[in-house]
Design a protein around this ligand. Structure first.
Ligand code: DAH
Length: 341
């Protein structure tokens, strides 16, 4: 019996060495000390056949072997657990010295950036920012702006009509009327917003685009005030060197009317690719508010005068960012927009 127990222990040691994973350790335990069919359990059952003296010695040695087997398996399992934990730690190691990953944040559209810049300038000059409807009645779109019944701007080929009375506004000049109805002069407002025209899209046209309207009404306002205001505005937007010029022009809601040019922000008037060699860039229309417009909102043109101007944001935005097609501004291609963060 004694030899047999030595043999068993050697067998166990051999099997123990061969175990390389947790599952193997469990199987080894079942095989050796399992309650039902463990090798040692079975061996215990044979003790009854021995003489009392041999049974005592063999029983003690079998018990020792059982303790030994259980202890060894426990040790083995503890080893496995420690190894697993060590591997886990290596796998989950964090390098706290690595620079953080930047979280992608949203950002403003280039037109919005430009609009905000322009709003800031007007606010700093004492103007209030106004917002108004994109769908307007004929009164706001045309009548109150002194646009005659036969004017081409009223044509459904130029303007998006919703019905006989309503249309998408084709210019932010409609905001002049709203502003004067809302408050009495003196008043100063700037109104940025979208306008709509039935233009075929191309590199410089889009059926929807952005304008900013300016309006100032007070006693004794002259063309000199308009020129001074526009000059100050372009200097703040493009830099102190910028100059302006006024070219006489016609708009029904002003008299006299003028188109405003400013010296190219790139070449400062010398002529370059941006200004197509002329040194000047067109900014928009302007003029002294027509007496009929003041009358349409119940303001006495003998008492009050004022000026108005309107500028487009899209071509300006395209020029400033060197875009050769304004449609890029509306395609919402993230690869394009990403550049303006
Ligand atoms: N509304 C004109 C346009 O869209 C621009 C304009 C011209 C606005 C003269 C004005 C102005 O306020 O006085 O073409």
């Amino acid at each position: 019996m004694s030899d047999r127990i030595t043999q068993l222990r050697n067998d166990f040691d051999g099997e123990l060495k061969a175990v390389s994973a947790d599952a193997g350790a469990n199987a080894l335990r079942d095989r050796w000390v399992g309650r039902k069919s463990g090798v040692i359990t079975a061996e215990m059952k044979t003790l009854g056949k021995l003489s009392p003296e041999d049974r005592r010695v063999a029983g003690q040695r079998l018990n020792e072997l059982k303790d030994y087997v259980e202890a060894e398996i426990e040790k083995l399992q503890a080893d496995f657990a420690a190894k697993r934990e060590a591997e886990q730690l290596v796998k989950e190691r964090i390098d706290v010295t690595l620079p953080g990953r930047r979280i992608e944040a949203g950002h403003l559209h280039p037109i919005t950036l430009l609009r905000q810049k322009i709003e800031d300038i007007f606010v700093s000059m004492g103007y209030e920012i106004e917002d108004g409807p994109e769908i307007e009645t004929n009164f706001y779109n045309f009548d109150a702006l002194n646009i005659p019944a036969n004017h081409p701007a009223r044509s459904p080929q130029d303007t998006f009509y919703i019905n006989d009375h309503l249309a998408l506004r084709s210019q932010t000049s409609t905001m002049q009327i709203h502003a004067m109805q809302k408050r009495r002069p003196p008043l100063r407002i700037a109104a940025p917003g979208r306008v709509f025209r039935r233009d075929t899209p191309d590199a410089t046209h889009n059926p929807m685009f952005y304008q900013v309207e300016g309006l100032l009404i007070d006693r004794g306002i002259t063309l000199g005030d308009l020129k001074g205001t526009v000059e100050e505005f372009v200097r703040r937007l493009f830099g102190p060197e910028t100059r302006t010029r006024f070219r006489p022009s016609y708009f029904p809601f002003v008299e006299p009317g003028a188109e405003i040019d400013y010296t190219c922000f790139k070449c400062n008037g010398a002529g370059c690719r941006i200004c197509k060699g002329s040194g000047w860039i067109e900014m928009g229309g302007s003029g002294m508010v027509h007496p009929n417009v003041l009358r349409a909102v119940g303001i006495d043109p003998e008492e009050f005068t004022g000026f108005a101007f309107g500028l487009g944001l899209d071509r300006l935005c395209a020029l400033m960012y060197g875009l050769d097609d304004i449609r890029l501004l509306y395609e919402n291609d993230v690869r394009f927009l990403e550049q303006f963060r």
